[in-house]
Design a protein. Structure first.
Length: 94
């Protein structure tokens, strides 16, 4: 499995709009799961995207549909997310 972990700073007052936008997104081909967490004691939200492999992740990252989604998402963020891509080496989805 391959994917990305990302940090998001949601603009104050945009939380509900951001969540609605994220919930409306269709999962791209090759995606296994995705999550967004609002930590109890941190300002930045944390997202995780899990793909079958690196090729599926890159195909999504480079797609025009993902670019459109990203631009919509940026309307609700203070700055661009920070991204950490890589292979998931251990884990379980039940």
């Amino acid at each position: 499995m391959y994917g990305t972990i990302f940090n998001l700073t949601v603009k104050k007052g945009h939380e509900n709009e951001f969540l609605k936008l994220m919930e409306a997104e269709e999962s791209p081909e090759g995606m296994i799961a995705w999550f967004v967490m609002k930590p109890d004691e941190k300002k930045d939200w944390i997202g995780i995207a899990i793909f079958e492999n690196k090729e599926a992740h890159l195909a999504n990252a480079n797609s025009s549909k993902q670019n459109e989604s990203f631009l919509k998402m940026m309307n609700h963020l203070e700055s661009e997310p920070t991204w950490t891509d890589g292979n998931y080496v251990i884990g379980e989805i039940s």
